[in-house]
Write a protein that binds this ligand. Structure first.
Ligand SMILES: O=C(CO)[C@@H](O)[C@H](O)COP(=O)(O)O
Ligand SMILES: [Fe+2]
Length: 217
């Protein structure tokens, strides 16, 4: 089953709770929460305190995308705040295997994200240890960017590797996904779709989620 993960980066930060309630009511599967530190990416967003405050208001799966340096320091705080999945960037981890174990030790699902320029090769010895791989389809840091077309080939390659190993690893795609290209990324092999501006920038958030779901059935 393909899952829809609205990214709250494009939500109204003054009315986060209302925006989250809307996507939950419309049948979203994951809530994608982008955490940026102003170092790994040139932008700053939210921390564990906000995640904790939202946790009591939503039963969606909290999918935390850490775009930060030294993620190990903050993994316990995000786990305690209510994360269900924590994603770290391979580019930010010197000891990636250890970081994955760190996430799992808190009873949270572990995922690894790759920037568009990062090869799938880096996953060779950790793929069997993760619950999900997040393929960035834009350079991280901002919402509303254009999908990088070469990403389709990368999604297909990863799908082939996952299938050939016979493992249960989700493939999440993030950046520039909209109603016009979502079918292509799903056909390429993605099964978790992050969408920020396409959902929260639309005039009818609930209808847009339903449209996404219809397109990926
Ligand atoms: O991680 C990021 C950006 O770094 C994303 O999760 C964006 O929030 C996706 O936004 P859209 O490209 O869908 O507008
Ligand atoms: Fe993200």
């Amino acid at each position: 089953m393909v899952k829809i993960a609205p990214s709250i980066l494009s939500a109204d930060f003054g009315n986060l709770y209302e925006d989250i309630a809307k996507v939950e009511k419309a049948g979203a599967d994951y809530l994608h929460i982008d955490v940026m530190d102003g170092h790994f990416v040139p932008n700053i967003t939210i921390g564990p305190l906000v995640v904790e405050a939202l946790r009591s208001k939503s039963s969606l799966v909290f999918d935390i995308h850490l775009m930060i340096e030294n993620p190990d320091i903050y993994i316990p705080a995000f786990a305690n705040a209510g994360a269900d999945i924590i994603t770290v960037h391979a580019e930010a981890c010197i000891h990636l295997h250890r970081t994955i174990q760190n996430i799992k030790s808190h009873g949270v699902k572990a995922a690894v994200a790759l920037n568009p320029a990062t090869s799938l090769d880096i996953l060779e010895y950790v793929l069997n240890d993760v619950d999900m791989v997040l393929l960035m389809t834009v350079n991280p840091g901002f919402g509303g960017q254009k999908f990088i077309d070469g990403s389709l080939n990368k999604i297909q390659k990863l799908r082939d590797i996952v299938n050939s190993r016979g493992i249960d690893v989700e493939i999440e795609v993030d950046g520039g996904i909209n109603l016009n290209n979502v079918k292509e990324v799903v056909d390429a092999g993605a099964n978790v779709i992050v969408a920020g501006s396409a959902i929260f920038g639309s005039t009818d958030v609930e209808k847009t989620i339903r449209n996404f779901k219809e397109l990926v059935i």
